[in-house]
Write a protein that binds this ligand. Structure first.
Ligand code: FE2
Length: 650
């Protein structure tokens, strides 16, 4: 007889315990064992939450190199079937070799479940017959569990789910996070001491009242998502003269453009969008053009604002030299357009919805034993569920955004569709994005500084892992699971549109590294950058009005404090917007910071070492960012790796 020492780890998470009988079968290159019940001295406590239980299992002959384990459980007579969440199984063979079998899944039924040994294998390397069979079976099951759905035509496809509980258990929030999420939504209004204001449909009558209700942070630079350096040809729609923008004659526009000191924010995606009606009032959303100047003392100052795209008599170009309220109103309309641009394009579409597509495609096409699955699975945590909730509570017919934002439901879809057609591959890859927009030298642009360093760190890690598994370009080309993954993303995320540069197949190792870097960066760093500051910068409502109630002035010299207050959203709309931004800026108790991988998916020493290095590099980057922040009046913390979550989870 030969003895195998089997150690079963039950995950330390709520409700992970089973009191059912657990059975195990080992499958190796020389054959398979019988199915045996795991009996331990610990008795029924062997499979409780957090338990590590060891068993000795004896067989007549050696099974050779272990390929997989089969696990199943059966309820005791009169006992109900329960759900068990094993983390992993470790097996020490008679010759002393240790095998690791990652599980990290709920087992809720009495069926046999197969889990592969943790050494990563691409499809074409998987030579064991039962290994290949379990690979196919796993994907077949997943394609049933994770189906594509069309929420509305023209935006990325999503996971099919009738309710948050119909999602497969392993992708749902943990019990803690779920209760917390519901709890904070209800308490958000109370926490903000806004409860008494929620039914108030009147207008603000005094700017001091707004000051008293909301806090805010000030910054030199925010809302730069859309900033581009101006080329001389680009100003056709904004006919400004030297005299308008430099009334003191200090410089000339042509000179400054040449020096690279003139920038443009163009909200053209908002042009002509149908707007909402809130509390019986028609709402307004402009499509402004904002010209900015980098001054000799390194400030980026707005020097001209035109609120509609086409130059016209009733579409004045507002200037800092105009009356206080003209200039203030122009800025408020810009900030309101920025709210819609930021939430719908930059936040929802470019992080949440794309991250969901990357995740669903991974789950449907790439089995657990594949190196890409091991690398990316921690970066999909909670994304499907948070997006389900976002669709259900924010953008559905009764959702807060639909009811209270300037674009309402129909306008929102128009903006999302236009945004998707404006996505290019380079705009998702931060080094190229910064270069293309010409914002390399914009002063005090900490997003750029930190994002570039994070991209580099992620890219080095991804390169290490992927070059370990893919030695040649041919291996990338022949990996059919990988190719299905990328094609599904192209079809369901980018709707097979020829979005410039988005690949529909991968031909080289370098292409694969770049795409995977983008996937991890989008779900972690980019989401943190656009999600984290929402409340800090948006909670003082006039800085980010969710909607506006009057059209902008068509003539200069008419705006007053009274027209400004009538233009701002009413009290009820303001408060709803604030509560949502507050909720979405909260950090949950089971927050998983970038690079902290709590599940052991990789068994080999080399990738494990690379993960440890990645963590070290992120810690060093975090220290450097903290040091830099000490010198700043308003620290930029959103891309400190300690504050960045592994995945889109909120
Ligand atoms: Fe978010």
């Amino acid at each position: 007889m030969v003895d195998y020492e089997v150690t079963v780890y039950t995950a330390n998470r709520t409700a992970a315990t089973t009191f059912n009988n657990v059975f195990l079968k080992l499958v190796g290159t020389n054959g398979e064992s019988e199915r045996k019940r795991l009996l331990s001295l610990r008795g029924p406590s062997a499979f409780v939450r957090g338990a590590v239980a060891s068993f000795t299992v004896s067989y007549p002959t050696s099974l050779g190199k272990l390929v997989l384990v089969e696990l199943d459980k059966k309820p005791l007579f009169l006992f109900p079937e329960d759900s068990w969440f094993p983390a992993k199984v470790e097996v020490k063979s008679p010759d002393g070799e240790i095998y690791n079998f990652p599980v990290y899944r709920w087992i809720s039924d009495s069926k046999v479940h197969r889990f592969r040994e943790g050494t990563a294998l691409k499809g074409f390397e998987d030579s064991h017959q039962l290994g290949r069979y379990s690979r196919e079976q796993e994907l077949k099951q997943r394609q049933k569990d994770y189906c594509w759905d069309v929420y509305v035509e023209g935006i990325p496809h999503c996971i099919k789910a009738d309710g948050p509980l119909s999602l497969p258990a392993e992708v749902r929030f943990s019990f803690t996070k779920q209760t917390e999420f519901l709890f904070t939504k209800i308490t958000g209004l109370a926490e903000l001491k806004l409860k008494g204001l929620v039914d108030n449909k009147t207008n603000w009558t005094n700017i001091d009242d707004i000051d008293r209700v909301f806090w805010f942070k000030q910054t030199d630079i925010s809302g730069t998502d859309n900033l581009h350096k101006v080329n001389p040809t680009k100003l056709d729609n904004l006919p400004v003269t030297d005299k308008m923008v430099f009334p003191d004659g200090c410089c000339s526009l042509a000179e400054e453009i040449k020096k690279g000191n003139i920038f443009l924010c163009d909200y053209k995606q908002m042009d002509g969008v149908k707007t909402n009606t809130i509390n019986d009032e028609k709402q307004y959303l402009m499509a402004p053009l904002v010209l900015l100047h980098k001054t000799p003392d390194d400030k980026l100052m707005p020097i001209a604002i035109q609120l509609k795209q086409k130059p016209a008599e009733d579409n004045p170009i507002f200037l800092p030299s105009d009356s206080e309220y003209d200039w203030l109103m122009a800025k408020i309309f810009v900030r309101s357009a920025d709210f819609s641009e930021h939430q719908l394009n930059v936040h929802l579409l470019r992080t949440h919805l794309l991250a969901e597509v990357f995740a669903v495609s991974l789950l449907r096409n790439v089995p657990m034993v594949h190196p890409l699955h091991k690398l990316l699975i921690p970066h999909t945590r909670y994304t499907l569920q948070i997006n389900f909730l976002a669709r259900n509570r924010l953008i559905s017919e009764e959702g807060v955004f639909t009811k209270f934002s300037a674009s309402g439901g129909e306008g929102m879809i128009t903006i999302l569709r236009r945004s998707l057609s404006s996505v290019t591959y380079s705009s998702l890859c931060v080094p190229e994005d910064i270069a293309e927009r010409g914002v390399k030298d914009v002063p005090n642009f900490y997003y750029r500084d930190d994002a570039l360093r994070l991209w580099d760190t992620i890219n080095r890690f991804v390169r290490g892992i992927l070059t370990y598994y893919y030695k040649t370009d041919a291996e990338v080309q022949q990996d059919s699971e990988l190719q299905k993954w990328i094609l599904d993303i192209f079809e369901h995320g980018f709707l097979s549109q020829p979005c410039p540069g988005i690949p529909q197949k991968l031909t080289t190792v370098d292409e694969l590294i770049k795409f995977v870097t983008m996937v991890i960066f989008t779900g972690s760093a980019q989401h943190a950058a656009v999600n984290g500051g929402q409340f800090d910068f948006g909670s003082w409502m006039p800085n980010t009005p969710i909607s506006l109630q009057l059209p902008p002035p068509t003539k200069k010299g008419e705006a007053t404090e009274e027209t400004m207050l009538k233009t701002l959203p009413d009290v009820n709309t303001t408060v709803q917007g604030m509560a949502i931004m507050w909720l979405l800026s909260q950090q949950s108790s089971d927050f998983a910071p970038l690079g902290q991988y709590s599940e052991d998916h990789f068994s080999e020493e080399t990738p494990r070492q690379m993960m440890a290095n990645f963590k070290k590099e992120l810690a060093a980057l975090s220290a450097a960012i903290k040091e830099r922040n000490k010198t700043l009046e308003v620290p930029y913390t959103y891309l400190d790796p300690e504050e960045v979550e592994n995945s889109v989870a909120i």
